[in-house]
Design a protein around this ligand. Structure first.
Ligand code: VGL
Ligand code: ZN
Length: 204
């Protein structure tokens, strides 16, 4: 079965949002357009408590883009974003969310970030996505959404590592590009891990 994972298509990652990804809004029509090609569609949601350790505001003297240690890992600090039950955490208004069968929340533990839709960054907890897909005999996983160089990359790498035949729909994703070239690097590292980088035309 062919499944689409829509990654973090939330208002804070779109134009005017707290952590706006350049061109992020452009992926919405692409994703709506490919949805009918999938038997199963799930979504991930960045879903942080206000005291989350990835927020620069929670580290006195630090600013977004700084790197600190969190739970033994290097953690890039971000502006406050996708706080649970706030407008910024809502899905993009024009996303056809009625097609989404299940939503998997991540980043809920203040002490660790979670870029992947499958595991937190220290790989201690799962979101339930792996079990959900395995129990439905999903074999092919397509990934789209935001951001290419953060949560799309982490989700696609875990998907491939878990044995799913994994595809990233390149024009249905955009990069944060904290450093120039991060998006291109992410594409190369996914390719190197056996992830197929495809265009949406491959679905019709
Ligand atoms: C993301 C930065 C912080 C993402 C989430 O969804 O790519 N990026 N939290
Ligand atoms: Zn986040």
């Amino acid at each position: 079965m062919r499944t689409l994972i829509v990654v973090d298509l939330q208002k804070d990652f779109l134009l005017g949002g707290a952590l706006a990804v350049a061109g992020g809004d452009e992926v919405i029509p692409v994703i709506n357009g490919v949805m009918p090609s999938f038997e199963l569609i799930v979504a991930t949601r960045d879903w942080h408590p206000p005291n989350h350790g990835s927020f620069a505001e929670n580290h006195p003297g630090r600013k977004p883009g700084d790197v600190v240690e969190l739970n033994g890992l290097e953690q890039t600090l971000w502006p406050v974003h996708c706080v649970q039950n706030t407008a910024g955490a809502e899905f993009a208004a024009s996303l056809d969310a009625s097609r989404i069968a299940h939503v998997f929340d991540k980043g809920t533990d203040p002490s660790v970030d979670s870029y992947s839709g499958f595991f937190d960054n220290v790989r201690r907890h799962e979101t339930g996505l792996r079990e959900y897909l395995k129990s439905r005999d999903v074999t092919e996983v397509y990934v789209a959404g935001l951001a290419t160089d953060v949560c799309v990359q982490a989700t696609a790498l875990d998907s491939a590592g878990l044995g799913f035949d994994t595809y990233v729909i390149e024009e249905a994703c955009r990069s944060v590009e904290l450093r120039r070239g991060d998006g291109a690097k992410a594409i190369e590292s996914m390719r190197g891990a056996g992830v197929h980088i495809v265009g949406s035309e491959s679905l019709s």
